[in-house]
Design a protein around this ligand. Structure first.
Ligand SMILES: [Zn+2]
Length: 158
């Protein structure tokens, strides 16, 4: 089932990038309002997982009401590996700002990626393997093309 075809009986969440060109309200003509989590790259970070865990438990007295999560990364993302946007580059800048915290900076994961499809699949796997999320959660993966405005599916749970 495609994300846009899910019934409105359960909550949905879109996880996507903070980039204004990656506008979750424009991906699909959804007949309902999904929950939206945005961060740099649309990555399945600990805080994104926290939001999914909360949403899947706070409604209906703890019964699972989170039906599906759509992970949507986009082309031309600032976190796509380039000369200026690798984790190492960003860490270098952060360590310049806070040299006393250089050891902490070294441990950071900033979420940069070399391949947009691979990053979607990586985050789909993280969400599917999260032990705190419902086993029947549908996790779908998409790449939004900022040049064409089209969103293409790269992973669908069967
Ligand atoms: Zn981005």
């Amino acid at each position: 089932m495609r994300f846009s075809e899910f019934p409105n009986s359960k909550a949905m969440m879109i996880l996507t990038c903070m980039d204004p060109r990656s506008n979750p309200y424009e991906f699909w003509n959804l007949p309902f309002g999904p929950a939206i989590t945005r961060n740099a790259g649309g990555r399945a970070t600990e805080d994104a997982l926290r939001s999914m865990r909360v949403l899947s438990t706070i409604m209906a007295n703890g019964e699972n009401t989170l039906g599906a999560v759509a992970v949507v990364h986009h082309t031309d993302c600032g976190l796509h590996h380039g000369p200026n946007f690798s984790d190492e580059f960003i860490k270098g800048r952060l360590a310049d700002r806070a040299p006393e915290l250089a050891k902490e900076v070294e441990k950071m994961e900033l979420g940069s990626f070399a391949d947009v499809e691979a990053s979607v699949l990586e985050d789909v796997a993280i969400i599917k393997n999260d032990p705190y999320l419902p086993k029947d959660l549908d996790v779908l993966g998409y790449v939004h093309d900022t040049a064409t405005g089209k969103t293409r599916e790269v992973f669908r749970s069967e």
